[in-house]
Design a protein around this ligand. Structure first.
Ligand SMILES: [Zn+2]
Length: 134
């Protein structure tokens, strides 16, 4: 079971959330003057990004969003997140070197083929067929 519910809180996604939150607060501090955390707008965007992670069909196998074949962000949110990444990405190296390193490594991952998502369905179908036979 690769894409199960039980992997939702796994380290890969937890790291992704931490990186996103760090990038967002960096961006917000420099653009909106927030000293800690994010302004309402940025919090909203961060919530949105986290919800997309919640429903990411790849789970722990997820590629970097920029390489993903499933465009789950709406066009406007995608543009905003890209802007945050463009700004905060290079700055993360100094502020959060470890997260930044992992982010670079994750970026090198290729998007798994979409067939992986569908495998969940076919596995369920196969076991249903087995159960029907016995
Ligand atoms: Zn902000």
């Amino acid at each position: 079971m690769r894409l199960g519910q039980d992997q939702k809180g796994g380290t890969r996604l937890a790291r992704e959330r931490a990186t996103m939150a760090a990038m967002m607060s960096l961006y917000c501090r420099d653009h909106h003057g927030h000293r800690s955390g994010c302004c309402d707008d940025c919090s909203h965007l961060l919530d949105y990004a986290n919800r997309r992670l919640d429903t990411c069909p790849f789970g722990e196998d997820k590629p970097a969003c920029s390489k993903c074949l499933v465009h789950c962000y709406s066009a406007s949110q995608r543009e905003r997140v890209r802007e945050v990444m463009r700004y905060s990405g290079p700055r993360m190296v100094f502020r959060h070197p470890i997260l930044s390193l992992y982010h670079l490594l994750d970026k090198g991952r290729k998007a798994p083929p979409l067939a992986i998502i569908r495998r969940g369905c076919s596995t369920a179908a196969a076991s249903a067929a087995r159960a029907a036979k016995s």
